[in-house]
Design a protein. Sequence first.
Length: 682
Amino acid sequence: MSAEAAQPARAEATTRGGAEARARVEELREQIRHHDYAYYVLDQPEIPDAEYDELVQELQALEARHPELVTPDSPTQRVAGKPTELFAPVRHLSPMLSLDNAFSKEELLAWKKRVERAIGSGATYVCELKVDGLAVSLVYERGVFVRGATRGDGEVGEDVTPNLRTVRWLPARLSGSGHPRVMEVRGEVFLRVSLFERLNEELIARGQRPFANPRNAAAGSLRQKDPAVTAKRPLGLWCYGTGHVEGRREDRHSEELAALARWGLPVSPEVRTARTIDEVLAYCRTWQERRHEVDHAIDGVVVKVDSLSHREELGATSHAPRWAVAFKFPPEERTTVVKAIEVHTGRTGRVTPYAVLEPVLVGGVTIGYAGLHNEDEVRRKDVRERDTVIVRRAGEVIPEIVGPVLPKRSAGSRPWRFPEQCPSCGTKLERRAGEADWRCPNRRGCPSQGIEWLFHFASSDAMDIPHLGYATGVALLERAMVSDPADVYFLKEEELRRLPGFAEKSARNLFDAIQAAKDRPLWRLLAGLNIPHVGPHVARLMSNAMPSIDQLGAASLGELEGIEGIGPEIARGAYEWFRHPGHRTLVAKLKRAGVRTVDERPGRPERGPLVGKTIVLTGALGSMSRDDATAAAQGKGARVSGSVSRKTDFVVAGKDPGSKLDRARELGVEVVDEKEFLRRLG
């Protein structure tokens, strides 16, 4: 439809009756869905943006005059939905299992032999790019999108339906006909690499922490409390299969993907069917070399048996299907030049060296810096300024220097020396015996420690003060409006209006957020106070044992060591922190500001499967964070310990468990998975 034609059509629509309006609304929705698919999925727009906007504006006008015609699947409702405090748990119709990995040609061939032992030779395979994003489950009923969830633990995920409705790649209603009555579609939400750095620049400009990589950006963008924030992030989606299906079912996975594409769901154009394992290997080699030719991060190839009946024969283990495997690409390495080695003073006074690099593209992300951890690490790797070095992203995430290319080192090169003074305040640095880190002892007067502390204090891991980002913190410190986090609570709204970039509304939002943060649980305050080794988990243990900051401050070293899950080093750090005169002054100032420093001790349950039990958590849980799992277990009467002993009743093992699992097996302590843990929580 041209812009000239749209104008009279819109005028005519105002005089139409209900039946004609309904017909025009359906026509407009179908046109908008078609153009959304062409633009966002195929990247082949068919009309100018102005004409697309005309269609949307006409639909919005009709729906405003006929509110009875508004439906949840209308394109105008993509940014609908109120902000939510929490994501409700939702059980998948069928489990979302993980994938077993193959890291070499030999491991891939070994998988193929296992498949052939079960179903015989002659199987065909489907090869798909392994998108490095966030897995989601999408439920359609009679062609209409009704619910979407994250993977979670594979059994239960988080309901992110309002946020997924804002993803333009996702059709609210399927096109064509022949849809199953109920269909659970599996997909991967991602952020295009070309948009990743632009998003980070915007976050930094607003004083917010940038994302480490496109995958984290996709996950963080989808898991927003406010769907309107998700709507502003240009998320993409590829659908790669189905779970539970009622009604129609294809015979082959390749046919299933073709059907999804016909119905308007986004399916990657790079999917290929392979009749032999040699074709599979060729596909893997090709995309290992071409991995940056697609505008999203990929970390391997997923190989699947094509026949659905063969899949049923092969079955699955408790965590992964036997009919699929993920061939993982090796970490990509590049060479670049170290322009300089500099140091940064963090919130705890730790001074960390890092390399400033000539920007280089590694794993689809431009790297300009790489951490060097400490003085000993620099010496061990013998990294020097002006060296040519090999860099990679450890785990496809964190930039690291593998080592120097020694043949390219200049003759006059000299080993790098750690500075003797803090780069921020000039104070002489200290290094304690037995420690690897140099530290700035000027904890209250160092500008770098001040801003890092304030930023941490306001973060979601501590007092959770929205709108108080990095740039705002810098502005407050530079203007001497605050000298420590307690000063934040004495700020007046009119003072905030004078900050750069602030107006009446933004000042009011920050002021309200600060007032609300006076009534946070005690563990959040403890996590924000910069007590050595005390993060959210340890802070919870401390506040559960002693629910008053005065009680903690008056506790002896032995009493702190007696808190379940807290060792001698943590206890010593907390004991010394509370005895520092400056810290006692800080606590007093927080009290004067009205900040909550006492928790009401909840009544402990007298009955239940966890009352009196000592449990240990290890590994990542899919359905909740470690802190939430700790709180849930404690709410049911359990004691959550940080180490495994013969007194431990059971260990909860999540994904990638650590040495605690080995210790539990060694002692014969019961080990349960996340599913069983949730059952015991009730």
